[in-house]
Write a protein that binds this ligand. Structure first.
Ligand code: HEC
Length: 509
């Protein structure tokens, strides 16, 4: 009886460590071999069951994170207080086992397709494998009888090392799921600066308001009246006792009666006056002024006939093809004489079939990167977020045909040079460009200085200098310029601000 128990004890004190060691090393070998054996993910050939388990990756991964963090905190407390943790082998076993399951599920998730094998993903995969291996090694170490002193120190090194690898791997994972700067996205600028990130970018750079969402009165009718009529029909100068600078007064009219009769353009005085023969004394605007254009009058009549509602959007009123064409001709944003300009109106002309085809053809080179600003717009936006360093001058040149339609481009952190920027000379409608952290130099700013519609330019972390930036003085529409971490001097910033008082310069200081 006694001998039997002894033997049992004997085995459990030696068999268990050996068992754990051999089995543990075997699992490490399998984990390391896994990416090599499985080959490329193939979404079509992958059975659903793979995806089923893959989707549990985000669930399982929190268990090893929790366990190893807890063990680390206990060991830290033990180092600095008199607390003595009694961590048995079981928590480490559960931590290591769950980390293996998390890695395998993560790998299944990746095999299920939908992810490009990016550098980040590869880092994350190997980060996970190295962490699971470190966890197993810690388990193996812990399973052997430990020598106090020496072993405790080594054990702590293994725990802290595992947690370090785990943090690295989970940070990559979070970046894949939430995007790279998720944690510091809303951090104060001062903190972002310490961490080497540019200040938060204001999001209203390129407002996207679809044609359907434009308010007919506020976005189209009133701007036309502002341009053609209001200078003589306003508070300080109301000819014929008729003011056209607010909706109520416009409808109310002047001495002769209603300015606008909702639902009936023909009876509305503003239309009647404009449609009189040009040599008629009562024709509006008077002789000296440029007459209302046909498409402008068409839009106004369409609005009045639809009920002259002050709040209705284009999408809420039936829109015949001629009116859509007329709206497209309204160039409301550019007339400098208007009091109420509409600077944020997107391009509202419909894209041509060639442009739609060109964009579709480019979709495989730039998946998700090239899109129309809105459904009813021929303006294009481009973002290199998914390509970054893979976008170089030769890749960029593929965009050549569509550059004239571009309104917004994010080229930050790409491998492009001044050569690509030269091509941008064709992007006359460009309003927003991000060139941060690229290799561009002052030469690129020659090109940008010719793009008169630019409203926001981001040059953060480039090698531009005073000589280059000075050229941007000619960009009168420019509202925001990011010069953080460039060689531009304080003196030049002051100069720019003098030349362009409306300009906000973001220097991170
Ligand atoms: C250069 C100044 C000027 C501009 C610009 C102008 N008007 Fe007038 N408008 C007048 C004068 C002066 C009168 C009064 C004499 C008259 O009734 O013809 C008047 C009167 C009117 C009246 C009659 C008001 C009433 O009830 O007695 C209407 C309607 C009118 N304008 C519409 C327009 C519209 C629509 C436009 C823009 C397309 C316009 N005007 C632009 C000078 C101007």
């Amino acid at each position: 009886m006694t001998t039997e128990t002894d033997q049992k004890n004997d085995c459990s004190s030696r068999c268990l460590p050996w068992g754990i060691t051999i089995f543990g090393l075997l699992i490490i070998a399998v984990l390391i071999a896994m990416p090599f054996l499985a080959g490329e993910p193939n979404a079509e050939k992958t059975p659903d069951i793979v995806r089923f388990f893959g989707h549990f990756h985000p669930v399982v991964l929190h268990l090893p994170i929790g366990i190893f963090s807890l063990i680390m905190i206990q060991e830290l407390l033990a180092m600095f207080t008199r607390y003595k943790p009694q961590t048995g082998i079981m928590p480490i076993f559960i931590g290591a086992a769950s980390s293996v399951v998390a890695v395998v599920f993560g790998f299944l998730l990746y095999m299920g397709g939908g992810y490009e094998m990016s550098e980040l993903l590869e880092d994350h995969l190997w980060g996970g494998i190295v962490f699971a291996s470190a966890a197993i090694l810690t388990l193996i170490f812990k399973s052997w009888p430990l020598q106090p002193g020496f072993s405790t120190a080594l054990y702590r090194v293994m725990i802290f090392g595992s947690v370090a690898i785990m943090s690295y791997a989970s940070h990559d994972g979070a970046s894949i799921t939430h995007g790279k700067d998720y944690l510091i996205e809303y951090a104060p600028d001062s903190l972002r600066k310490i961490l080497g990130h540019e200040p938060k970018e204001k999001t209203e750079d390129v407002p996207v308001k679809a044609l359907e969402d434009q308010i007919v009165y506020a976005d189209m009718v009133q701007p036309i009246l502002d341009k053609r009529c209001v200078e003589c029909h306003k508070e300080s100068k109301s000819k014929g006792k008729f003011r056209m600078d607010t909706y109520e007064l416009l409808v109310k009219g002047g001495k002769e009666g209603n300015g606008v009769v909702p639902g009936d353009a023909a009876k509305s005085n503003i239309v009647y006056r404009c449609e009189l023969p040009e040599d008629d004394d009562e024709h509006m605007p008077p002789d000296s002024k440029a007459p209302m254009e046909d498409h402008e009058l068409a839009v106004i009549k369409w609005w009045i006939n639809s009920g002259a509602d002050p709040l209705k959007t284009v999408g809420q009123i039936e829109l015949p093809e001629e009116i859509r064409a007329a709206i497209a001709k309204l160039d409301l944003a550019v007339d400098p004489s208007t009091t109420k300009s509409v600077p944020d109106a997107p391009k509202t002309d419909l894209p041509s079939t060639e442009l739609v085809k060109a964009v579709a053809a480019l979709a495989k080179d730039f998946p998700g990167g090239l899109t129309f600003q809105s459904q009813a717009s021929s303006g294009l936006t481009f973002t290199a977020v998914s390509l970054r360093n893979n976008l170089d001058d030769s890749v960029f040149s593929k965009l050549k045909t569509v550059l004239p339609s571009m309104v917004s481009m994010d080229l930050s952190s790409t491998a492009i040079t001044d050569d690509s920027v030269k091509l941008l000379a064709a992007a006359k409608d460009l309003r927003m460009i991000r060139l941060s952290e690229t290799k561009i130099t002052d030469a690129a700013l020659n090109t940008l200085a010719g793009l008169k519609n630019l409203e926001s330019v981001n040059l953060y972390g480039t090698r531009v200098t005073d000589a280059g930036v000075e050229k941007l003085k000619s960009l009168t529409q420019l509202k925001r310029l990011y010069l953080w971490q460039t060689d531009v001097s304080e003196g030049m910033i002051t100069k720019l601000k003098e030349a362009l008082p409306e300009l906000e310069i973001i220097t991170g200081i």
